[in-house]
Each structure stands twice: as structure tokens, then as C-alpha cells.
Design a protein around this ligand. Sequence first.
Ligand code: SF4
Length: 379
Amino acid sequence: MKYIDEFHDPDLAARLLDEIRATVTRPWALMEVCGGQTHTIIRHGIDQLLPDEVELIHGPGCPVCVTPLEVIDKALEIASRPGVIFCSFGDMLRVPGTGRDLFQVRGAGGDVRVVYSPLDALRIAEQNPDREVVFFGIGFETTAPPNAMTVHQARKLGIRNFSLLVSHVRVPPAIEAIMQSPNCRVQAFLAAGHVCSVMGTQEYPELAERFRVPIVVTGFEPLDILEGVRRTVLQLERGEHSVDNAYPRAVRAEGNPAARAMLDDVFEVTDRPWRGIGVIPDSGWRLSERYRDYDAEYRFSVDGINTREPAECRSGEVLQGLLKPHECEAFGTTCTPRTPLGATMVSSEGACAAYYLYRRLELKAPSSGAPSLEGSAVV
Ligand code: SF4
């Protein structure tokens, strides 16, 4: 398939690995920001193919995983109300709130629907004028523009029975928070290519300069990851710390101006709590004053939420790169994708889910000998 197969080429992968091996002289810790990149890395065994000196730390870039428990509980409360049609992408339905999830609300009679676009939810609102239709708008700079556009459209069309439960987050403040953490081991970042395709690269030079970290914009296929690592290691070995775009087929410096204009029109920057991490200043968006009528939190005044995280879930440490998923005692025992204790085991981008999908057998019975490219899914 075009744009996929050529980025899985085993000969090119071997060459990139050779270049990385020839460049590296000492240990380096790189963080891949996005959960999609984490899944590529684990699925294709890229971390096992890299020289021992290069460690990949998984970052907090899974949108489902960082959505605060309080917001999940608000979603559950709103979805339970009579007359509400609650719409969401499918991966949010199994994310555990305090004591239940959206599937259980649906099982108990709630009208919870899976949609494939926020515009589907708007259409449902148009078709059901006597019902309140809520769309669960979560995620990073990638999902925020279509959600913003849908609210803009609702206002333009005068559809009043539609609202958005918003929990959008932004990557640059998270990078800042990671670098300011006293436990930080990260020396460079593979920035998320899809986020930069929307926002461009203009937010990153100041971070690279202030924290003296290379930031390499990286794509999602195996060769994209290897090229991102190669460029990052090169900078680290040279003592450089600049922003480099290793994903030029999708990312331009200015990003997507139309999407950014829509974000500026509909949202305003706000402090946001990240599940397992805490509040990060200016790390999210909420609907701006002009669109406040479309904010489900205001419309439904959901109060009295008492959140309770399972004590054994260590997803906060996983999300900060302080713990690998299999180092959590519950991994693969009391916590599995069918019985998840934390969102990182549910989401298709969650690090715990990636380790469970691709590594659990190997982690139970470690193989002897170094992994080879021949045995890797890269080929
Ligand atoms: S394995 Fe399960 S319990 Fe452990 S950190 Fe991951 S989601 Fe939480």
C-alpha cells in the first residue's frame, strides 16, 4: 500500500540501524510523545533492535489515557440522564470511571452511541430536536480542530440541543512539565508528527533552547521512527539541541492554518488536569465565552463527583515514563484489556495495551539471545 509499504522496508531499516549503531557512543534516553508511536515501537520490536545505549521512554501522548477520571465520571453522569443521547468514539466506552464505564451505562438503559465523527453527533442532534445530544470531545491538537468545527457548525446552523464535553490537551506544556519534573531522565523528544501537521513546529524551538533538548518531529511507520531516532542521536552526540522535521511529507512549519484558525475561534487555553499526572498549567483548551452555551459541563451542571482511582493502578508512572507497563504488578494478572484497571490498558494507543498485545508472552518467558531484524515485524 502506498505510503505504508515503503516505510516498512527491511533493507532501509537495517541501514538506519547501522547508522544509529555507528553514531552512538554513550547512553541516551529519548521520549516518544505519542501513543501511536509507542504502539509502532512495541509492535515492530524497534526498541529491541536499537543499540543498548538508546532507550525509548514512552510518553503521555495517549489521549484516552490522560483524560482525567473526573471528566470520565462527568461523562458517565451525563450519559445516565433521561433524554440524553451521549455520543463518543468507541475507545472511550470501556475506559473505567469510578466504579463503572460507558458500556455499563448503556447496559443500564442509557442512550450511549458510538460515532465516527463529531459531525455524526451533530446530525443526530438535528434528527432528534427533543433530545439533548452530547459529544465527548477529548484528545490532543489532532482531534480538537474537528470538534471545534462541529461546535462552530452547530452555532451557525442554530442547533441548540448539541453540546460538547471537552477535555482537550496540548503537547508543548506537557513537554515542559516533563522537563521540569525532578525525576526527569528524558534527554530528547520524538515529537508527534500528526500534532505538528496541525500546529506546525513553531511552539518547539523555545522549548528546545530552554531545556537544551533536541526535538525531532517524527512520523508513525517503522522507518519514520528509526529516522527520528537516527536524527535525535546525531544531535545528542554532537551536543546540539534544535528542532528538526523528520516527517516533511506531512508537516510544514506553519502547520494547518485553517485548523489553527478554527481552534483560535472556538477554544481558549486553560489549565487542565492529566490523569495520573496532575494539573499542567495552560495545557488544555475549553470552549471560549462565545461558545459557552455549547459546553456540556455548563449545560448539565454536573456536581458532587467523587473520583476514586484503583490503588493498584500505576498508570501515572507509566504516563510519565517512570515505569514500563510490565513492571506494574497488576499487568496481565488483575489488569488485562478485558478487565482494565486503568485507561492505559484500554486505549488503542495506551502503553499498557501495547505491551499486553505484543510483549506479554515474551515478558513471561524471556527469549535468550539478542533479537534480530530477521525476526522482527519490521520486515
Ligand atoms: S497494567 Fe493496568 S493497573 Fe498497571 S499501570 Fe497499566 S493500566 Fe494501570
